[in-house]
Design a binder for this molecule. Structure first.
Ligand code: ATP
Ligand code: MG
Length: 138
């Protein structure tokens, strides 16, 4: 069964959207098999988004991601990587489809409420960035 990493970003946690995001996952038959809240420091945020280190938005993005607690989850299901990215909507909320999390709640291209892995290799490395085997149910 496919797995992916989901993060409810600091804006989502601050705005009280944890329950809303999880409700959408459950309504779409996506299973949560691991979950925890943590507050990344700047080095951990830079490590997580290392692929974007040459981008002009890297400093702002990693400052944002370390600005407050996040909720990290492992999701499991058939085609869950693309299914969850569909639920999230496009990176730029202005281009996101109706009814997606980002369309409904994002306020900014950066502050877009959720993260989801973009492929099997990133899913696997992002999962092990945050979770050890004892923390994963199912
Ligand atoms: P994520 O990796 O967070 O799930 P994504 O895969 O849709 O999002 P990426 O291209 O990987 O998008 O960008 C990572 C994150 O960097 C985005 O979710 C957003 O928070 C931020 N970001 C992306 N593009 C921009 C931009 N042009 N300006 C500011 N922030 C950006
Ligand atoms: Mg991405």
């Amino acid at each position: 069964m496919e797995k992916t990493l989901s993060i409810i970003k600091p804006d989502g946690v601050k705005r009280g959207l944890i329950g809303e995001v999880i409700r959408r996952l459950e309504n779409n038959k996506i299973k949560v098999i691991a979950i925890k809240m943590l507050h990344m420091d700047i080095n951990q945020a830079q490590g997580f988004y290392a692929v974007h280190q040459e981008r002009p938005f890297f400093k702002s993005l990693t400052d944002f991601m370390s600005s407050g607690p996040v909720v990290v989850m492992i999701l499991e299901g058939d085609n869950v990587i693309s299914k969850y990215r569909e639920l999230m909507g496009a990176t730029n909320y202005k281009e996101a489809a109706e009814g997606t999390i980002r369309k409904d709640f994002a306020t900014d291209i950066e502050k877009n409420v959720v993260h989801g892995s973009d492929g099997p290799e990133t899913a696997s490395s992002e999962i092990s960035y945050f979770f050890n085997t004892f923390e994963i149910a199912g």
